[in-house]
Design a protein around this ligand. Structure first.
Ligand SMILES: Cc1ncc(COP(=O)(O)O)c(C=O)c1O
Length: 415
C-alpha cells in the first residue's frame, strides 16, 4: 500500500483522461471515444509504472525465497492484498483471496464452498440479469449434482425487487448469487436488503462485483455479505488478477480449489494437509506483478472523490440517455432508478454488430452482442444489444461522438 494520496474534492475528468495515454491516440484518424470500459477499462500510467518499476527493482517469486528480492516481492504482494482489503473494507486481510479474475472468484465459491455441501434438489437463487460468470458455475452444480436454479425476474425497467428475491428463497436454498451491478442494464441491486432477507432465512449471499465495485463504494462489513467477487481489469488494473472476499468462517471451511505449491502445509506419500486461507486457495505462483498493478489501480481510483466520480459518470449516462430519447428508433433496455453508467439499446432495423462496426469507424468503441447475458437477452426478447459503458475518463464529447455516429449509422443502415 502506498502512502494515501489526499482526496481532492470534486473531479476533473479531463485531467484524469490525460493519465491514460491510449485515449489520446486516434483510431482511423478519429478522436477515440472509448465507451467499452464495462468490458475492460483502460489503465492509467500509474498502474503501468508501478508494474514496470516493481519488475525492474523488486521482482522475484513470493513466499518461498530467503533472498532479498523474494522478501521484497512478498511484501509487495501482501501489501496488495491489504489494499484490496481496504478497498472492500474487509475486516481482515486473510479474507481476500487473489484469483485470476471475477470469473475464477465465483468458480472458487462454486467448487470449494457449495459443491461439497450441495445435495440433489438444493436450490441456488440467481437473477435473470447475471453475467454467464455468475450462471455457468451454478449450472455445473445443476448438471453434476442435481442442484436446482431458481431464477428471479427483473421488472421491465430492469429493476430487481427484493420481495421477488425473498419469494424465491425456500428451505432448500443454499446460496443467493446476485450481481451488484448488471453489465447490460446498469441496474444496481439492493444488496443490503437482499442480504438481510437471505440471512434472516439462514442463506448466504454471493455478489458478483465485477461492475459494481468499479462504480459503487463497497463495504463488505456494512453489507454483511458472505462472498464478493471483483476483477482487476475493469478497475483500471491489469488483466489476469481479481479477488474474492469471503468471510473468514467460510474460507476456513472451504476445500482447496487448485492443488500445487504454496497451498499445502505438509505433503507426504500418504497424506496431505492444507495451508490456512488465503494461501490454501492460491496454488502455484500467483499473479505477482498483476497484484502490484491492481493495488496501484485501487490507489488511483480511491485517490479521487469517488462520489464526484460517480456523479460525473451519472451525468454522462443522463446526457447519453437524453440523446437516445431524441432518436426515437433506439430502444433503451434498462432504466432502473439509480442505475449505473451503462447504456444498452436496440436500434430499429439495424443489427448491433453492424452498428458497432460503423461506430468504430467513427472512433467510437462500443460493445455489441449478448454481453455474456443470454438469459437476460431472452427475457427482453432481443438477440443482442449495443452497449456504451462509461468510465471516469469519459466526457460529454465522447457521448456527442456516439450520438453523431448513431445518426450516421442510421443513414447508412436504415435510410
Ligand atoms: C457482471 C460481470 N460479471 C463477471 C464478469 C467476468 O469478469 P472476468 O472476465 O474479468 O472474469 C464480467 C465481465 O464482463 C461482468 O461484467
Amino acid at each position: 500500500m502506498t502512502a494515501a494520496t489526499p482526496i481532492i474534492p470534486g473531479f476533473d475528468a479531463e485531467a484524469a483522461a490525460r493519465d491514460f495515454a491510449i485515449l489520446g491516440k486516434p483510431v482511423y484518424g478519429k478522436r477515440l471515444a472509448y465507451l467499452d470500459s464495462g468490458a475492460s477499462a483502460q489503465k492509467p500510467a500509474r498502474v503501468l509504472d508501478a508494474m514496470r518499476v516493481f519488475t525492474e527493482t523488486e521482482y522475484a517469486n513470493v513466499h518461498r525465497g530467503v533472498h532479498y528480492l523474494s522478501g521484497a516481492a512478498t511484501d509487495r504482494y501482501e501489501a496488495a492484498r491489504r489494499t484490496v482489503q481496504k478497498f472492500l473494507h474487509a475486516a481482515r486481510e486473510d479474507e481476500i483471496v487473489f484469483t485470476k479474475g471475477g470469473t475464477e472468484a465465483i468458480n472458487l465459491v462454486a467448487y470449494s464452498y457449495l459443491a461439497p455441501i450441495i445435495q440433489p434438489g438444493d436450490e441456488i437463487v440467481l437473477s435473470v440479469m447475471e453475467h454467464h460468470s455468475n450462471i455457468v458455475p451454478w449450472h455445473f452444480l445443476r448438471e453434476r449434482q442435481g442442484a436446482v436454479l431458481r431464477w428471479v425476474d427483473v421488472g421491465d425497467d430492469g429493476s430487481l425487487d427484493v420481495d421477488a428475491v425473498d419469494a424465491a428463497i425456500t428451505a432448500k436454498t443454499r446460496l443467493v448469487a446476485i450481481t451488484h451491478m448488471s453489465n447490460v442494464l446498469g441496474t444496481v441491486t439492493p444488496l443490503k436488503d437482499i442480504i438481510a432477507r437471505a440471512h434472516a432465512r439462514g442463506v448466504p449471499v454471493l455478489a458478483d462485483g465485477a461492475q459494481g465495485a468499479v462504480h459503487e463504494i463497497v463495504d463488505v462489513q456494512a453489507l454483511d455479505i458472505d462472498f464478493y467477487a471483483v476483477t482487476g481489469h475493469k478497475l483500471y488494473g491489469p488483466t489476469g488478477i481479481g479477488a474474492l472476499y469471503a468471510k473468514r468462517a467460510h474460507l476456513k471451511a472451504m476445500r482447496p480449489f487448485n492443488g500445487g505449491g504454496e497451498m499445502i502445509r505438509e505433503v507426504s506419500r500418504e497424506r496431505i494437509t492444507y495451508a490456512d486461507p488465503p494461501a490454501r486457495f492460491e496454488a502455484g505462483t500467483p499473479p505477482i506483478i498483476e497484484a502490484v498493478g491492481l493495488a496501484a489501480a485501487l490507489d488511483y481510483l480511491t485517490s479521487f472523490d469517488r462520489a464526484a466520480v460517480r456523479a460525473h459518470e451519472h451525468d454522462l449516462l443522463a446526457y447519453a440517455r437524453e440523446g437516445l430519447r431524441e432518436l426515437n428508433w433506439a430502444r433503451v433496455i434498462g432504466d432502473a432508478p439509480g442505475k449505473g453508467a451503462i447504456l444498452s439499446f436496440e436500434a430499429q432495423g439495424m443489427h448491433a454488430h453492424d452498428l458497432a462496426t460503423i461506430l468504430d469507424r467513427e472512433g467510437v468503441a462500443v460493445r455489441a452482442g449478448h454481453h455474456c447475458a443470454q438469459v437476460l437477452m431472452e427475457r427482453f426478447g432481443v438477440a443482442s444489444t449495443t452497449r456504451a459503458s462509461f468510465a471516469l475518463y469519459n466526457s460529454r464529447a465522447d457521448v456527442d461522438a456516439l450520438l453523431a455516429g448513431l445518426h450516421k449509422a442510421r443513414e447508412i443502415l436504415a435510410p
